[in-house]
Design a protein around this ligand. Structure first.
Ligand SMILES: Cc1cc2nc3c(=O)[nH]c(=O)nc-3n(C[C@H](O)[C@H](O)[C@H](O)COP(=O)(O)OP(=O)(O)OC[C@H]3O[C@@H](n4cnc5c(N)ncnc54)[C@H](O)[C@@H]3O)c2cc1C
Length: 430
């Protein structure tokens, strides 16, 4: 039995789309030349959550995705689990999404950061973030599929959101407004387009917004494991020369009471070969990286996924009547588990701007509103981009001088509680 199978059926697709016929009739009148306030392209975790938040505040939204949303609930679709920080969790609550998450989310109460070499014990100089540094969990582990189920349920419960998926949109953006026409037929108008269409954003490319991309030569192997001893809600970030190795606590099942998610970054080529190993050999390699002092033997490993890693940033978050959010605007190394959290921070800033302008009957696509959004988000996102890039480059090598310097650095941070607390506050989006 896989870990996913304990997600109760009552929350899955069958009742998520109970409002389907209502949604379809709303959408057909929209497509006959109607209008919405905001058109969001991309119904991933960022675009869909923004639609729910705006819809709850009475903003009329069209949410378009090139893929159907229901099949994304399939366990084979995505093996990731997100560490959702406190700020984004509050946002998902406000958006009416969090309560639909069908399986318990494991809190992360302790994070151990170590520097190591393959097969050798981790350096005795380490950094540990403890619950006292934050007065609440650092984050909550939510499986990608569980979040998808919750987003689908919340969308179905938000009448002012029209979901158009699968559909492909063609946009004509002018200073006075946006015309959206669908390849499948139908068109409507919007005041603003939000591009939430992910790393390879077509909208960003069509708007001619330049992108800087930094390949890492690393691929992440993602899987769930069961282990002999409890994790006590503790996460491990073990820096190894080929790339960082992370263990993140999950809630267990009856069959596997102690479970964790693994994000193991390794050099391109090697990662794919490790991921294809038979179970026993794969576990051997995994234990070499994780050590088995803390969690005992690994007793089970689920399906493995591989994701090539790179970082990128868009040179601007805005164009005429359009703005970028989430991975369309920035993609970072998963070293600190912050990619989605950064996307949520974008919409945490954007939502009140749009909701307030809507409440006052103002135009939602003015250059002033777009500039305000960019000024609130882009500088902080660039800082996180640089921090994760430097972390990966600093730790993913075997230079003995750098090794000593970084070990002294992480141990130094460990000894200064005020510095630890400052790190934690920033990472939690508070
Ligand atoms: C291995 C790995 C582990 C990670 N772990 C974490 C973690 O622990 N915590 C964390 O915060 N982040 C993590 N991330 C990052 C996280 O997965 C991303 O930041 C997040 O998925 C971005 O969400 P998004 O909605 O912006 O984009 P996406 O998830 O890419 O969604 C984009 C959506 O747009 C749709 N779309 C694309 N093109 C079009 C088009 N032309 N028209 C219409 N629709 C379109 C797609 O179908 C999709 O539904 C991880 C990433 C990786 C690779």
């Amino acid at each position: 039995m896989s870990h996913m199978s304990h997600i109760p059926m009552s929350h899955t697709a069958s009742n998520v789309f109970h409002k389907k016929s209502q949604t379809e009739s709303l959408s057909s009148s929209l497509l006959e030349g109607g209008s919405v306030d905001v058109c969001i392209v991309g119904a991933g975790p960022v675009g869909a959550a923004l639609a729910c938040r705006l819809g709850r505040a009475g903003v009329r939204v069209a949410l378009i995705d090139k893929a159907a949303l229901l099949p994304m609930e399939d366990p084979a679709c995505d093996g990731r689990a997100y560490a959702i920080a406190a700020g984004p969790k509050n946002f998902l609550e406000e958006a009416g999404v969090w309560d639909y998450i069908p399986s318990p989310s494991c809190p992360i109460e302790d994070i151990l950061v170590t520097d190591g070499r393959l097969g050798k014990p981790a350096s005795s100089l380490f950094l540990q973030f403890m619950r006292e540094d934050a007065n609440q969990p650092f984050g909550w582990m939510v499986e990608a599929r569980a979040l998808r189920i919750a987003l689908n349920a919340a969308l179905a419960a938000t009448p002012s959101v029209h979901v158009l998926a699968p559909a492909e949109a063609h946009l004509t953006r002018r200073e006075e407004g946006v015309e959206v026409s669908l390849k499948e037929g139908g068109n409507f108008r919007a005041q603003l387009v939000v591009a939430a269409d992910g790393r390879r954003s077509r909208l960003r490319a069509e708007a001619g917004i330049p992108l800087t991309r930094l390949p890492y030569g690393q691929t992440a192997i993602v899987c769930n494991i069961a282990h002999e001893l409890p994790h006590n809600n503790s996460a491990l970030e073990h820096f190894l020369p080929a790339g960082p190795f992370a263990q993140l606590p999950l809630c267990g099942t009856e069959e596997h009471p102690f479970m964790s998610a693994i994000v193991w970054s390794d050099k391109d080529g090697y990662a794919e070969r490790f991921a294809a190993l038979p179970d026993a050999l794969f576990i051997q390699q995994l234990e070499k990286r994780m050590g088995n002092e803390r969690l005992g033997r690994v007793t089970f490993v689920g399906r493995r996924w591989t994701y090539p890693l790179s970082a990128q940033y868009a040179h601007s978050y805005t164009a005429t009547r359009m703005l970028l959010v989430g991975d369309a605007a920035h993609g970072i190394h998963p070293i600190a588990g912050q990619g989605l959290n950064l996307g949520y921070r974008d919409i945490i800033h954007l939502s009140p701007l749009l909701i307030e302008a809507h409440a006052q009957g103002q135009d939602l696509g003015t250059p002033a509103l777009l500039a305000c959004y960019q000024a609130q988000c882009r500088p902080a996102n660039m800082l996180m981009f640089i921090a994760t890039d430097v972390l990966d480059r600093l730790f993913s090598n075997n230079n003995p001088v750098l090794r000593l310097a970084r070990d002294l650095g992480i141990a130094g941070v460990h000894r200064i509680p005020a510095l630890r607390k400052a790190f934690v506050k920033h990472a939690m989006g508070l």
